[in-house]
Design a protein around this ligand. Sequence first.
Ligand code: DQA
Length: 191
Amino acid sequence: MAPHEPPARPELTVVAGSLESGPERVGRRPDEGPEDLPVAVVLFLSGPNLSLLGQRQPEIYGRDTLADHIATATAAAAEHGMAVEHVQSDYEGALVEAVHEARGRAVAIVVNPGALTHYSWSLHDALAAFDGPVVELHLSQPRRREAWRHQSVVTPVATGVIAGFGGEGYRLAAEAVAALLRPGRHARSDR
Ligand code: DQA
């Protein structure tokens, strides 16, 4: 394996750029046939308190709800032939289990761990055991906030981090996954 290639995942078939012109594709769009082409699933994970988006500190996180953000990500992912699955939990163990269940099934994980970002070594370890790209996503820019938010224990196992772009980050995360899965990409991470 070349040093910057993603690990081979024999259990997952990723179909890229073969269906039509336009944006490169990593699979079949969920709304189109034929059925024998797989839909590449991207798991979006949302940690504690993110279910309160829209009401929670709107001056920091904005007025859009989590459902709005996931709809944005779903539309962007569909443009690249990917389907989005979403799990939100306030419980660390539920998120760890969701990562386990994504192994061998999802092509990538986008995770906004909420405050777990800053201390959840179990989420770190679960993500380390996931073979595909991991995008760490934050609405705000934690490094411009309180000192305790400056450390992320997720970053060491993330392919990259998107932070500080508000809801736009959800679209950017879907685009980042599509770019990371494109064959022959110029990887900037050894993940
Ligand atoms: C957050 C940043 C975290 O520090 C915080 O605990 C959150 C949201 C963000 O999206 O900006 O819950 O992950």
